[in-house]
Write a protein that binds this ligand. Structure first.
Ligand code: ATP
Length: 358
């Protein structure tokens, strides 16, 4: 593969003596949609601001297309940023808002007019040139903010929770719009969100962060199906995370019951964490399952039923199924070997950084 477009090397950042990013390494390939995902305060925005040039790292380098841009100001970088608050100028028309960056660069008038038209078409707001900012809905304002960034022809668009202020339906519409834009424009998107569903929907690559460390980096499928640790498993979707003992290759003991799996190389009689997604549990008759239990909770969720099944050890398994099993019913739990994910127990309670270079 060619060299990455953006390479963060050993980035460290503290605020008031508190470490926010600790030796962070991140490579982003050109023309990918990369999402920084993690809980509030994990350092996503700080990472984005360092890429954008709004924040200087304490240590480390920001490499863009092979060049060190660590000390370059934001306006000299080939990227544009869209924030959650649209930051449009209320006293200017839509056209003036979009033209703002181009006027500063002294671009000729006909060029600017063409660009405004082109950008408005891209964000599905043709003919909005003379409208005022206040006459637009939140979603429309956010599209204008994106149009304003696009006319500068950045190689990278940085987006910091750009859909955070929108309601669910609008947010979903805008998610599709952004994917379309990325495909049409062929530019690299770096997107910050704490919404895992949004990340799974939109990204080519998800970077899961926690407490200033990258926990895992991979495709949405990889992150969802093969979480590398309990934090990722828990943060991305719902999971049953249960203690197990690897009896040998491809066989794990969970609460005294044997489950066939496909994992190897963990050793013999080794304590592990086992991740099983709620939708991967099949409820069968008690004698057909690997372990028997009783249904303790049942909720109808629209697309599926959500149930909890308590096994004799006292663990309550979360189960999603289109079949309904009433509270009090005795059931067996069966899991396909491919749907069982074995993880090493963390070496200590400390957060661990994981290697992220593919
Ligand atoms: N300018 C600043 N001065 C002091 N502390 C800061 C500053 N910017 C960020 N922090 C702190 O750094 C930590 C990481 O913040 P950051 O905004 O990067 O997290 P985040 O993952 O983007 O969170 P959120 O989703 O809430 O925006 C937080 O504890 C935050 O309070």
């Amino acid at each position: 593969m060619g060299q990455p477009l953006i390479d963060l090397r050993n980035i460290t950042k503290s605020f008031d003596g508190t470490m926010v990013l600790d030796d962070l390494n991140l490579s982003v390939k050109e023309n990918t949609f990369v999402t920084l995902l993690g809980p509030s305060g994990c350092g996503k925005t700080t990472t984005l601001r360092i890429i954008g040039g709004f924040e200087r790292p304490g240590k480390g380098q920001v490499i863009f297309d092979g060049q060190d841009i660590t000390n370059l100001p934001p306006n000299k970088r080939q990227l544009n940023t869209v924030f959650q608050k649209y930051a449009l100028f209320n006293h200017m028309s839509i056209a003036e808002n979009i033209a703002f960056g181009l006027k500063i660069k002294n671009k000729p008038k006909p060029y600017i007019q063409d660009k405004i038209k082109y950008a408005l078409k891209l964000v599905n707001l043709d003919g909005f040139e003379n409208r005022s900012v206040s006459s637009l809905s939140g979603g429309q304002q956010q599209r204008i903010a994106i149009a304003r960034a696009i006319v500068n022809e950045p190689r990278v668009l940085l987006l910091d929770e750009p859909l955070g202020a929108l309601d669910l339906k609008l947010r979903q519409d805008m998610q599709y719009e952004l994917i379309r834009l990325k495909n049409e424009l062929g530019i690299t998107f770096i997107y910050v969100t704490h919404d895992q569903e949004e990340a799974l929907t939109m990204s080519d690559t998800i970077v899961v962060m926690n407490q200033g460390y990258i926990q895992q980096m991979g495709s949405p499928e990889n992150i969802y199906n093969e979480p590398e640790n309990a934090f990722v498993a828990d943060f991305i979707g719902e999971s049953n995370i249960v203690p197990g003992i690897m009896l040998r290759d491809e066989l794990v003991d969970i609460f005294g019951a044997k489950f066939a799996c496909v994992d190897k190389g963990f050793g013999i009689n080794k304590p592990v964490d086992v991740v099983i997604r709620p939708e991967d549990i099949d409820l069968v008759s008690p004698d057909q399952g690997s372990i028997a239990g009783v249904v303790t909770h049942l909720i109808f969720k629209g697309v599926h039923y959500e149930m909890e099944v308590m096994t004799p050890d006292g663990f309550e398994w979360l189960v999603h199924s289109t079949d309904m099993f009433p509270v009090g019913q005795n059931v067996g739990i069966h899991v396909d070997p491919f749907d069982i994910q074995i993880m090493n127990k963390p070496a200590s309670e400390d957060e661990e950084a994981v290697g992220i270079n593919e």
